[in-house]
Design a protein around this ligand. Structure first.
Ligand code: S3P
Length: 428
């Protein structure tokens, strides 16, 4: 049980560089592994999830070294992976599992994937079914892990994606690299495009049409290892952006944060709510990055619908917290994907926010929150529900309360941000 810091007297102050982006760190290892030559990733995220990806590719015969946050991947090429002698342990990582399913679907060997209790409850048919249209042979356990991928020769498809999920899209892209002809994928809504951008940087041929939704992938590329610095994770920066906005007298700067438009939903929402944020973008050739300065502000309520969800999917617990202090009623809808994250995040947020006396109502696909109602602690023992982002949002909520609160399962932060509580302390 961790005792959370309560309301700081002078707000949050100072400058911080958040750890590397989780999505980009995973993809850096994967694309590095199937490239020819060496890939060097600096500011790699050394969290449990990304280390699951690193270990899985080592087991598939890829030499990978790590020194601190610098990772060197000695690529084996698209056809150089080797069968693992043991089952691959995906830990808690949905991204590792879904993306690796796409890659392994076209390899000439069989692999069994397993994961922890939370990951073993998450849906995998959303990946195995679209991959099957390309000829993949994937057996799930009633739609879940353990999953066995029997490598097959894959053929190209023209496929309309059913879920707005970058993980499903990326699995299809990694499979399409191994197909016989170009593949076309059509998304319902744009989702994070790190796979597309990074694949281009590694020498692949992938293009997105002017509609922003139709993606064409050329097969059998010879990818070339790259050197890249992973931008700071917007999804980690988001916790401090929220904290500084809500805690009076705050003024913080977050350095070198990834500003990819498919990830900046929270930034836009916070601005629309009346947040005080200054963005200084830096010139780059790859993923956009910049410094963010955030000061406390009085916030207005907001309504969010389906089209806005993908760009803020991982930050929705924070949107709920912002809404819980805004001057009116906010509605977050079209977010049913939250029910199949590391935990059911709609249910977890409602349960934990009610312990703080927050006026929140559960919807099948989101929540309604009245920020005008004063909070009052009903139960001082909060629970992370074994979910890193729920643990961290509760760590931020505690800063808005004068009495100390306890958090069960605080070590869940190791999944995406092991230094979260230390970094928060640096700003207090
Ligand atoms: C991720 C995509 C998102 C996100 C997850 C990381 C990725 O999942 O929630 O944390 O790296 O592709 P979905 O695409 O399934 O929504």
């Amino acid at each position: 049980m961790k005792t959370l810091k309560s309301r700081p007297k002078q707000g949050l102050h100072g400058e911080l560089t958040v750890p590397g982006d989780k999505s980009i760190s995973h993809r850096g290892i994967m694309l590095g592994a199937i490239s020819e030559g060496t890939t060097t990733l600096t500011h790699f995220l050394t969290s449990a999830d990304c280390l699951s990806t690193l270990a899985a590719f080592q087991q598939l015969g890829v030499p990978i070294q790590r020194e601190g946050t610098t990772v060197t991947v000695h690529g084996v090429g698209l056809h150089g992976l080797k069968a693992s002698t043991a089952k691959l342990d995906m830990g808690n990582s949905g991204t590792t599992t879904r993306l690796i399913m796409g890659l392994l679907a076209g390899q000439p060997f069989n692999t069994t994937l397993v994961g922890d209790a939370s990951l073993s409850k998450r849906p995998m048919k959303r990946v195995s079914e679209p991959l099957a249209t390309m000829g993949a042979d994937i057996t799930t356990t009633a739609g879940h892990l353990p999953v066995t991928v029997k490598g097959q020769k894959l053929h190209a498809v023209n496929y309309q994606l059913k879920v707005a999920s970058a993980q499903v899209k990326s699995a299809m892209i990694l499979a399409a690299l191994q197909a016989d002809e170009p593949t076309t994928l059509v998304e319902k809504l744009p989702t994070r495009d790190h796979t597309e951008r990074m694949l281009t940087a590694f020498g692949g041929e992938i293009s997105t049409a002017a509609d922003g939704l139709t993606i064409t992938i050329q097969p059998q590329p010879h990818l070339k290892g790259q050197t890249m610095t992973v931008p700071g994770d917007m999804s980690s920066a988001a916790f401090f952006m929220t904290a500084a906005s809500l805690v009076a007298d705050s003024n913080i700067t977050l350095k070198d944060v990834g500003l990819n438009k498919t990830r900046t939903g929270l930034l836009e929402i916070l601005k629309a709510m009346g947040g005080d944020i200054t963005v200084v973008a830096e010139p780059t050739t790859g993923e956009p990055i910049g410094d963010l300065t955030i000061k406390s502000a009085d916030l207005q309520p907001i309504n969010i619908g389906k089209a806005q969800i993908p760009a803020v999917i991982d930050e929705l617990p924070l949107v709920a917290l912002l809404a819980a202090k805004a001057n009116g009623i906010s509605r977050i809808m079209g977010a049913e994907e939250l029910r199949v994250k590391e935990t059911d995040r709609i249910s977890a947020i409602v349960t934990e926010f009610k312990k703080l006396g927050i006026a929140i109502e559960e919807l099948p696909d989101g929540f309604v929150i009245d920020g005008r109602q004063p909070w009052h602690v009903v139960d001082p023992v909060l629970d992370a529900h074994d979910d890193h982002r729920i643990g961290m949002v509760l760590g931020i909520a505690a800063l808005l309360i004068d009495q100390p609160l306890q958090l069960k399962g605080a070590d869940s932060v190791r999944i995406s941000y092991p230094e979260f509580f230390d970094d928060l302390d640096k700003l207090l």
